[in-house]
Ligand binder design. Structure first.
Ligand SMILES: [Zn+2]
Length: 340
């Protein structure tokens, strides 16, 4: 019986492999694998075999059946015609589902707020349509000051303006709470500016305010130095240039050493080694008195910085309008960049 089994294995393998189409395969299957086929016949002979040989023969028979059925299935798959219709082009690039990214301004804004939060500042928010009272009067802006001019400021009806800075948030915060006050107010501001590479009628500022007993200008400088070192690197130096702002007295413009040339002079800093970053100063006592603070007891400092400018420096963006055009070709370059 063993030799019979080997012969059927050889014949069946040859017949199944030789089948040129599905009909020939069917024919071979019936001959060997059907219920009355040659393999089934072998199972019937098993009962007549010597009892001692039966287990080994049974196992060999089962293996034969399994092998031939697997071969039949493989041949059937190979002989089955491929489906009609458009075939798959495996060389085409895959379809990408784009994941979102952070806008460069969002990246920088989060970095700025993270640094100030680590120094104990809280983020405060306020309206973009603001009362003239908060935007100018309570910030000690004199009637003659050019920032009040209609050529600079967008006035609305009924004593409202579109806010020209985020400082009104500071007044609103001080009105609502007693010292100590330690806030930053990042947000959009608006000016009548003709758009060009460095100007936009809408841009982003972050103002900061700290009012408490005995706050000094040294603390102002220390706070800004710590902030800009965190932002631009620990080698950064800071300098104050005397200036005038209605809201503060004394006031200063803030310069930092250029992070690109480390102060040696380059194209970005126009060979000066310094970059102008914004204004700052000690809060004018008139402002503190205006919100009901005791000016004998409390002093404070305030500062402002341009978020767009920092984003442009950070990412080497040479035109502010790119930040607001929503051009996907530009924005896609920031996918994967997260706040530090
Ligand atoms: Zn430089």
């Amino acid at each position: 019986m063993k030799s019979e089994l080997d012969k059927i294995r050889a014949d069946a393998t040859t017949a199944l492999n030789a089948a040129a189409d599905l009909a020939a395969l069917e024919h071979a299957s019936i001959k060997f694998l059907s219920r009355k086929g040659l393999v089934a016949g072998l199972f019937k002979l098993l009962g007549q075999a010597d009892a001692s040989e039966r287990p080994a023969l049974g196992q060999a028979l089962n293996e034969l059946k399994t092998d031939l059925e697997a071969l039949e299935a493989a041949r059937k798959l190979a002989l089955t015609p491929k489906s009609k219709g458009p075939s798959l082009d495996w060389t085409l690039p895959g379809r990408t589902s784009w994941i979102g990214g952070y806008h460069p301004l969002t990246i920088v804004m989060r970095e700025i707020t993270d640094i100030f939060r680590s120094m104990g500042f809280r983020v405060a928010d306020g309206p973009e349509i603001e009362l003239v009272k908060y935007n100018f009067d309570m910030l000690n802006t004199p009637a003659w000051h050019p920032s009040r001019d209609e050529s600079d400021t967008i006035y609305l009806a009924n004593g409202f303006v579109v806010r020209t800075e985020t400082s009104p948030v500071q007044v609103r915060t001080m009105e609502a709470q007693d010292p100590p006050v330690r806030i930053i107010s990042p947000g959009r501001v608006y000016r009548r500016d003709r758009p060009d590479a460095t100007h936009s009628p809408m841009f982003h500022q972050c103002e900061g305010l700290y009012v408490d007993k005995g706050v000094t200008m040294a603390e102002l400088k220390g706070t800004l130095l710590a902030f800009y070192r965190e932002l631009f690197g620990q080698q950064t130096k800071l300098r104050f240039r005397p200036h005038f702002f209605p809201f503060t007295e004394p006031s200063a413009e803030v310069d930092v050493t250029c992070p690109f040339c480390k102060g040696d002079g380059c194209r970005i800093c126009k060979s000066t080694g310094w970059l102008e970053m914004g204004g700052c100063g000690m809060v004018d006592p008139n402002v503190l008195a205006g919100v009901g603070y005791d000016t004998e007891l409390y002093t404070g400092f305030a500062f402002g910085l341009g978020i767009d400018r920092i984003a442009m420096l950070r990412f080497g963006i040479n035109n502010i309008r790119l930040l607001f055009d929503s051009d996907v070709r530009f924005l896609r370059q920031f996918i994967g960049i997260t706040p530090r």
